[in-house]
Structure formats: structure tokens, C-alpha cells
Write a protein that binds this ligand. Structure first.
Ligand code: 6PG
Length: 255
């Protein structure tokens, strides 16, 4: 395992040789946190990221040894964001996670809380999801608090569905909103910065050379959070860990 720690002014980054090592280490971290929180609190609440990066990690978790060793029956699964498509659509974040992981492990179906993004108005979907968060998660700090939120980052520095210069970036009085993304000409349902920053642990998984410029801008560039929304992610009382492969981290200089 050729891992290096790269410290930037705003965060430390664990850098792995390639996407496969990144996926394996992300799976190991998921399993460690699941064991920790199930041991401490009797359950583990996690919001999965969307896109393609987590596919490798999900596949590893669905196979030996993790398929038998992770306390799946005590895990509650959510998403950080969802596209406004049906759950069987090829663009659905739920579909990808269900096909690669959730249909292969023993998470009780009643512990899986997908974002009901299809059909209804996006605002209705966001409100319904926010209600399920409030009813299910620990809200002792006044906001729903995940044990772990997994995040990806786009080549434009977006995370979840907090895209550059979109209205959701400014929302601090709601935990989940419908966000119109002009560049994509669609709505997305997304956790807001306040609910992400309430998590006990936030982990970014970033892979690929196409993310290198954005990762450098986010971690080593000036503060431009509305241009690079991943800069908005700074947990109030939780850990922030960046995990990247060498290709994505190739432009980072560290300090
Ligand atoms: C989504 C994600 C989004 C994703 C990044 C990275 O719904 O698309 O939640 O934030 O994590 O766009 O996507 P890739 O992993 O496909 O590069």
C-alpha cells in the first residue's frame, strides 16, 4: 500500500496510488466507522455519495470479507443527493448503490431511506426527505447528525448537488433542498451545507485526473466557496477527511 499524507492549508489528504487502492481504503474506513458507532451507539447512520467514484468501494463492501464482517443489520442508509429521476433510472444514485451494494448485503430494507425524487415536485421531494432525516437521525444538536457522510467532488468543485453559483449554496435554514442546476437544465435534491457540516465524519472520495485542477483550487486556492462549493464543507464538530488517488492529487503542492 503506497499511501502518503499531503497537508494543505485547509485539510489533510490521504493520497493512494490509484482508484483501486482508494476504493479499498474507503471500504476499510467505512467498516471501521460502522464497527465503532454500532459498538458505541447501537447503529451507524451514513449518507452515501452519488456519481461513479463510490462504485468501486461499494463493490468491495459487497464481497468478502466485508459482506460478512460489517454490522449491516445495524446500518441506516441515506443519500447526500439524488437526481430527479425514478429509482430504476440509469442516472439514479439509489439504483447504483442498490445494484452494487444494498441488494447484496443484509441492510434491512426499512433502514434504507432513498430520496423520493421522482414524479412529485422537487420541493415536495426535498421536504419529504428532510422529514425522514428529522424522524430517523440523532437531532440532539438541533440538526440531524449523520455518523458519516460520503462525498464526491465534480471537476467543477461541486459536491453532493451543491453546484457552483446555485441557490442551494446560500441555504442555511433547511437541511435538504431542491436545487436548480442551470448547466444541467434539471433539478437535484441535495443536503445543504448546514446538514453536511453537522456530521460526525465527512469523507471526500476523489479519483481521476479530471478532478486535479478543482482539487487544487478547493484545497490550495483562495476562498471562493460559491465558485468551488466543496470549500463550504467544514464540519462544525466532526472530522473532515479527503481521500484521493495520485491522479486527482497530482497538482497539489502541500505545505
Ligand atoms: C452526484 C453526486 C456528485 C458526485 C460528483 C462526482 O449525484 O453526481 O453526488 O456530487 O459525487 O459529481 O461524481 P463522479 O464520482 O461520477 O466523478
Amino acid at each position: 500500500m503506497s499511501t502518503r499524507i499531503l497537508n494543505t492549508p485547509t485539510a489533510s489528504v490521504r493520497v493512494y496510488a490509484d482508484a483501486d487502492e482508494l476504493a479499498l481504503e474507503a471500504a476499510r474506513r467505512f467498516a471501521r466507522l460502522a464497527d465503532q458507532y454500532v459498538g458505541e451507539r447501537g447503529r451507524f447512520t451514513v449518507a452515501l455519495s452519488g456519481g461513479s467514484t463510490p462504485r468501486g468501494m461499494f463493490t468491495i463492501l459487497a464481497n468478502e470479507p466485508f459482506v460478512d464482517t460489517v454490522p449491516w443489520s445495524s446500518i441506516f442508509v441515506f443519500w447526500g443527493d439524488e437526481r430527479t429521476v425514478p429509482p430504476d433510472h440509469q442516472e439514479s444514485n439509489y439504483r447504483m448503490a442498490n445494484e452494487t451494494l444494498l441488494s447484496r448485503v443484509r441492510v434491512p430494507r426499512e433502514n434504507i431511506f432513498r430520496i423520493p425524487a421522482e414524479g412529485r415536485s422537487p420541493d415536495f421531494a426535498a421536504a419529504a426527505y428532510a422529514e425522514s432525516l428529522a424522524q430517523t437521525l440523532d437531532c440532539s444538536t438541533g440538526l440531524p447528525r449523520f455518523d458519516l457522510i460520503l462525498l464526491g467532488m465534480g471537476p467543477d468543485g461541486h459536491t453532493a448537488s451543491l453546484f457552483p453559483f446555485t441557490t442551494a449554496l446560500h441555504v442555511i435554514d433547511r437541511i435538504c433542498v431542491a436545487n436548480h442546476v442551470g448547466r444541467l437544465q434539471t433539478y437535484r435534491i441535495t443536503l445543504t451545507r448546514v446538514s453536511i457540516n453537522e456530521a460526525r465524519n465527512v469523507t471526500f472520495l476523489v479519483s481521476g485526473a479530471d478532478k486535479a485542477e478543482a482539487l487544487k483550487a478547493v484545497l490550495e486556492g483562495p476562498a471562493e466557496p460559491y465558485r468551488y462549493p466543496s470549500q463550504l464543507i467544514r464540519p462544525r464538530d466532526g472530522s473532515l477527511l479527503w481521500m484521493a488517488d495520485e491522479a486527482a492529487a497530482s497538482l497539489l503542492e502541500g505545505c
